[in-house]
Write a protein that binds this ligand. Sequence first.
Ligand code: HEM
Length: 471
Amino acid sequence: MEILAVAFSLTLIALTFIFITRRRADDGGAKLPPGTFGWPIIGETIEFLYGTPEKFVGDRMKKYSPEIFKTKILGEKTAVICGPNGHKFLFSNEQKYFTAFRPHPMQHLFRSYQTTAAPPPPADLTKTIRQPGFLKPEALARYLSKMDSIAQQQLQAHWAGKNVARVYPLAKTVTLTLACQFFLGINNPGRIARLVKYFDDVTLGMHSIMVNLPGTVFYRANKAAAEIRKELLSVIQEKKRAMADGGPMQDILAHLIVVTDPSGKSMGEAEIADKIMGLLTAGYSTVATTITFLMKYVGLNSEIYEKVRAEQMGIAASKKPGELLEWEDMAKMKYSWNVICETMRLVPPLQGTFREVLTEFNYAGYTIPKGWKVYWTVSTTNTNPKYFKDPEKFNPSRYDEGEAPPPYTYVPFGGGPRMCPGKEYARLAILAFVHNVVKKYKWEVLDPNEKVEGDMMPEPQKGLPIRLFHH
Ligand code: HEM
C-alpha cells in the first residue's frame, strides 16, 4: 500500500513537472502578460479595428490587468502597456527596450521604393524632419503669417456669403493647403482638391486588414497611394527644374532633393515621394479632425465661444488693418489652446502607436519577449475619472494653471524622444484657423447628435453641417 502511495505521489510530481515545463517552454520560459491572442491568424484584430478603442482597452484592462495585457493585432503579438505608469515607462525607454514600429499596412503603403524584404527603420522619416529644424519654432515663426493668410483665404473662398456649410471638408482642405505650401512650396487648389480624396483613403488604409482585393479598404488605400505618388513625382520634377533656375529652396521638399547621405548619395525620387507622403499623412487627418471637433464643441457651447472670441478679438484689436499674426500673438492664445487640448482629449486625433521590442524586458511583473510589439494608447487615461473630473464634460478650464492633469495622463502627442515632431506646427495651424473663424463667424451645429464614424480616425458622418452667422 505504501509502495503504491509513493508510486502515485511520484507520478503526480512527474506529471506536474511535465505540465509546468511544457507551459514554460510554450512561453519561452517567461511569465507573459495576461490576456489572449484571440483567433488563429487574425487574433483580436477585428475587435481592435472595429470596436471603440476605449472599449477594446477598457474591457481588457478590467478583465486582465490595468497595467498591461497581451493581444494579437494586425498580425503581431502585442503587449498593450496602459495608464500613466505605462506611458512613462514607454516614453523613457525608447531605444533601450524598444524602437518605432509601423504596422504592416503602413509599411506597405509608405515604402514603394523599397525593393528588399527588410524595411529600413521608421525613424528615417522623423530624422528627416527633426534634424534640419523645419518644425522648430524659429522656422515656424517665419511661416506663421502664411498660416494666417491661408486660413483667411480658405474661409473666404469656401464660406463667404454662405448660411449653411460643412466643417470637415473645409478643415481638410485648409490642412492640406497649409501642408502643401509648407512641405512642398506649392499652392495649387486643383491639385490639392485631387489630393484630399486620396489622403482620406490612405489614412483609412493605414489601420486596415491587408487584403488587397477590389472593394477592400486596403485596396483603395493602395490605389490612392499610387495616385499620390504620381502627383508627388511630378511635383518633385517641377521643383528640381525650378531649383535649377534659381527658385526658392526653403521647403522640406527642396531640402530632401539636395540632402545626401554620408557617402554623398542623394535620395531617389521615389524615396522622396514616400517620405513626403508619410509626412503629409501624419499631419493631415490629425489637424483636420481637431479643427472639426473643436468647431463642434465650441458651436454647442456659446459661453466657451464667447471666451475664445474675446481672446482672439483682443489680439485682433492690437493689430493694424491687414497685419498678420506674429509669434508673440500665439502666446496670448492661452484659452483657445485649452479649448484645443480639451477637444483632443475627447476626440483623440491619433489613438496611439506601436513599438517593437528590441530586447526582452520586464514590466509590472511580466516579461515581454524580444520581437513582440508594444502598443500604447491615449484611451487608457484620457477619459478616466481618476485623472479627469467629469470626464465626459467639455471643460477647457481643466488645463488652467495649477489645475493641469497628473503627469502622463494627458499625452495626445505622445512623449519622450519620439513625441510628435509636428506638435508645434499643429498648434500654430489650428490656432491660426481659430483666430480667423471666430473673427468672422458665430455658428450653430445643425445636428448635435451627428454620428461619428471611424474610431481610429474619427469623422462626423455628414461632415458637421453648421449654420453660419457673419460678424
Ligand atoms: C493635432 C495634431 C497632431 C496630433 C494629436 C499628433 C499626434 C501624434 C502622436 C500621438 C504621435 C506618436 C508619438 C509616439 O509614437 O510616441 C505622432 C507622431 C508623429 N507625428 Fe504627429 N500629431 C499631430 C500632428 C502632426 C503634424 C502636423 C505633423 C507633421 C507636420 C506630424 C508628424 C508626425 C510624425 C512624422 C510622427 C512620427 C514620429 C516618430 O515616429 O518618431 N504630426 N503624432
